[in-house]
Ligand binder design. Structure first.
Ligand code: GDR
Length: 332
């Protein structure tokens, strides 16, 4: 059985990836940090097949020990401080975990490394946030980076160090430059889930207002379940490389809000939505649209869920979830 080691197992992508790998017959090891981490317990209940291993991206010896224990064929580094807004107030922590954490993971792989005939393969979760103030549209693997947040800067370092270790030490190390990817497992702090959850609660009469930041910003949103497939595909290639993973479509926050409310039959969404400058960011990225031609042609990857299906999936999930929690019937 192949063995995979995943950091960020408690996050949205970690869970989707663990399910995918388990379905393919992998032994899945998930790294969790801290003492009695409540999210670790949740992962264990929802995905009992995952073997949890303790470790922290801030602590190289713990990464070495985790790899020695799990002896993986593939390592997926999904762990990060991933909320862009938070990175402005915790910039140093973000640089340490999201940036230097990648370097530590690569060093741990060099130390433990697998066998010469079967070296460990590495996946790094790079991000469209690296493009920031975009130099061209749509963005490809060749588009220069101009990050607009401490998070984006840390991801650029992570991306560059993967390229450097690949070129310096011949590691099978690949990066997926993933554009926004969402789903019912998305954290409530991200705009899609914040919106779909609020829409469900407003429909159920549990909430009366949705307070947002910039309604004009635009994103290329896909479904997380589709995107983890691309991660796995990258590590099955003979040669490592970098791939943009995106839908090639962009939508504004306003369009997202309109669609989500329409799903529950509310057209006058303006009556429920208020903007508050506290949700605006000190700097915003420009128009993000990804060109995933390379992933399509070399990996044979294609997204299966489009924007409309994604919003519907998330609203439907949140309606059921919130109704169950409150002991209410799910509206038709
Ligand atoms: P993003 O995701 O920063 O693109 O990073 P997020 O959903 O947080 O923001 C998307 C856009 O929505 C605007 N916005 C709001 N955002 C939040 N969170 N809350 C609000 O109330 C709100 N109102 C408007 C933001 O200004 C922004 O323009 C995500 C993360 O998953 C990263 O880790 C990942 O690398 C990138 O996607 C690709």
């Amino acid at each position: 059985m192949p063995r995979a080691f995943v950091t960020g197992i408690t996050g949205q992508d970690g869970q989707h990836l663990a399910e995918l790998l388990h379905g393919k017959g992998y032994d899945v090891f998930g790294m969790v940090k801290g003492q009695s981490n409540p999210r670790a317990q949740q992962v264990q209940e929802e995905m009992p097949f995952v073997e949890l291993v303790s470790g922290d991206l801030a602590d190289l010896p713990s990464l070495v020990a985790a790899l020695e224990m799990s002896q993986p064929d593939e390592v997926y580094n999904l762990g990060a401080i991933s909320f862009v807004a938070l990175s402005f107030s915790q910039a140093e922590l973000t640089a340490n975990i999201t940036g230097l954490g990648v370097l530590r993971m690569l060093e741990a792989i060099r130390m433990v490394g697998g066998t010469q005939n079967n070296p460990v393969r590495f996946y790094q979760a790079s991000s469209s946030e690296m493009f920031g103030k975009v130099r061209e549209t749509p963005q490809t693997e060749m588009t220069p980076f101009h990050p607009r947040s401490p998070y984006g800067c840390a991801k650029v370092f992570g991306h560059d160090i993967v390229v450097n270790y690949r070129e310096s030490y011949g590691l099978h190390a690949s990066s997926g430059i993933l554009f926004n990817h969402e789903g019912p497992r998305r954290g409530i702090e991200f705009v899609t889930r914040k919106v779909t959850n609020a829409v469900a609660r407003i429909k159920l009469g549990l909430q009366h207002e949705l307070v947002l930041g910039n309604l004009e910003s635009k994103r290329d949103w896909g479904y997380a379940g589709d995107y983890v497939r691309a991660m796995w595909m990258m590590l099955q290639q003979d040669e490592p490389g970098d791939y943009v993973v995106a839908t090639g479509e962009t939508h504004s926050i306003e369009e997202l809000v309109t669609r989500a409310f329409a799903e529950v039959g509310i057209d006058n969404w303006g009556d429920y939505v208020r903007q508050d400058p506290k949700f605006f960011r000190p700097a915003e990225v420009d128009l993000l649209i990804g060109d995933a031609s390379r992933a399509r042609e070399q990996l044979g990857w294609r997204p299966e869920v489009d924007f409309g299906q994604l919003v519907k999936m998330m609203v439907t999930h949140d309606l059921e979830h919130e109704a169950n929690k409150a002991g209410l019937a799910v509206p038709d």
